[in-house]
Design a protein around this ligand. Structure first.
Ligand code: ADP
Ligand code: MG
Length: 413
């Protein structure tokens, strides 16, 4: 069986799913037909499946480029759990020999590598030693300086892929505005009609953006109304530790910290405890969350502002992947933007303008009196209705008499 009928069969047999989600089917259909594609789909939409399924169906190995070793190993584990023949070639692997032999023998569906690998002539030669079916470039916004997470190594991918012109390319990202999308496609050699853009709306997430007066009390209230698992993002390691202690004391709930300054073992233990838990809260820097597959996160809170709307969307997108009602609450202060703008002075001049634009867009979302969801979705090029009924601005709109009264007072003051 081939084509889309075969895809449905493999979807069931390999992954145990009854149907595709969102625009997965469009992406898979394109790849099976050999058409290079940029898939922009929200976090949790199921991007991995769009390369894993063709990798299982097509002869030859799919080479997956992924930016983080930890993320690769998570993917590896879940692919293998589905019986997919997968391996990684990273500095953290001891079994290079076996992996290389398996690749040459045509026994791998998926080979995960880091972008650094792409620039090595020896690697190109190695890839020539067996048939390939696909290049999958995960977190593809990293190729663009317009993206919020530019990684120079991604620039070397083009040279590598051009050496295999018959192999289709599938670039994947959750977060790319119009400019970043165009840039990613140009950089990776994907034709303009190769864009599959899935909806960004996450209707089960209730957005709220509030002034921060007493974050411990505000978070305590949130945690008391929401007993399920949650993530609290704080700006610095010190604030992470401090908040974790205070929230544990104030709520009596299980609260753990996560940041790059913790021992690798403590970090790993806190992460897996969180993933397994039905009520834990993790207080973390933005280092936490990439590649974590926990469907039942009930709230994501920000204390302080994220770096951009893309970052905000990605971080809040970790809430409610199971589709159940969830909350995204930001507690911000006017000083947050001042601090962020000061930090821009230290940024490369080439990147500064783009960063400033991103920060301004975020300020627009924070300060708007309009529907948060509408502003968010318009940022990603969608045309949402003016009001969603599931964000603070829609739910708590002061009624017209209040507004008139307030205006009268302000004018007469
Ligand atoms: P992304 O990379 O887009 O953030 P993942 O590939 O990690 O998302 O997938 C998120 C979750 O969705 C995973 O738990 C995956 O098993 C699940 N998933 C993917 N496709 C489907 C589908 N067609 N039906 C049901 N669940 C799916
Ligand atoms: Mg992913």
């Amino acid at each position: 069986m081939s084509g889309i009928a075969g895809a449905y069969q493999s979807l069931k047999d390999v992954f145990g799913f009854d149907g595709f989600r969102g625009r997965q089917e469009d992406v898979v259909t394109r790849i099976l037909a050999g058409a290079s594609t940029l898939a922009v789909m929200p976090t949790g939409a199921g991007k991995s499946l769009t390369y894993q399924l063709p990798a299982v169906m097509l002869p030859g190995t799919c080479v997956v480029i992924s930016p983080l070793i930890a993320l690769m190993h998570d993917q590896l584990r879940s692919a293998r759990a589905n019986g997919i023949r997968a391996a990684t070639l990273t500095s953290a692997d001891a079994d290079w020999r076996e992996t290389q032999d398996a690749f040459r023998a045509g026994e791998l569906d998926l080979l995960y590598v880091a972008p650094e690998r792409a620039s090595q002539p020896a690697f190109r030669e190695f890839l020539s030693s067996a048939p390939l079916c696909l290049f999958a470039i995960d977190e593809a916004h990293c190729v663009s300086e317009w993206g919020h997470d530019f990684r120079p190594d991604y620039r070397m991918l083009r040279g590598l892929m051009d050496a295999f012109p018959q192999v289709p390319r599938l670039a994947l990202t959750a977060t790319a505005d119009r400019q970043t999308r165009a840039d990613v496609m140009a950089q990776l050699g994907i034709a303009e009609d190769g864009l599959v853009l899935a909806g960004f709306d996450r209707p089960n997430i209730r957005y709220a953006i509030r002034h921060r007066d007493n974050p411990v009390r505000q978070l305590t209230n949130l945690m008391e109304s929401e007993p399920g698992p949650g993530i609290v993002y704080a700006q610095t390691r010190r604030k992470v530790e401090d908040l974790a202690d205070k929230l544990a004391a104030a709520t009596g709930r299980a609260v753990r910290p996560y940041h790059a300054g913790l021992d690798a073992e403590v970090r790993a233990a806190n992460q897996s405890a969180f993933v397994a838990s039905e009520d834990m809260v993790i207080v973390a820097t933005v280092a936490f969350g990439m590649g974590i597959d926990k469907p039942d996160v009930r709230f994501v809170a920000h204390v302080g502002v994220p770096k951009s709307i893309e970052g905000y969307y990605q971080e809040t997108g970790r809430a409610g992947r199971d589709g159940d009602p969830s909350q995204a609450v930001m507690f911000w202060g006017a000083g947050d933007f001042a601090t962020a703008r000061q930090r821009l002075a230290e940024v490369d001049e080439a990147r500064r303008a783009a960063e400033r634009t991103r920060l301004d867009a975020l300020a627009g979302l924070v300060e708007t009196a309009e529907c948060r969801r509408a502003v968010l979705l318009r940022h990603f090029g969608e045309h949402p209705p003016a009001s969603c009924g599931n964000c603070d601005n829609c739910l708590e709109q002061p009624d017209v008499t209040d507004a008139t009264e307030l205006a009268r007072k302000l004018l007469s003051a």
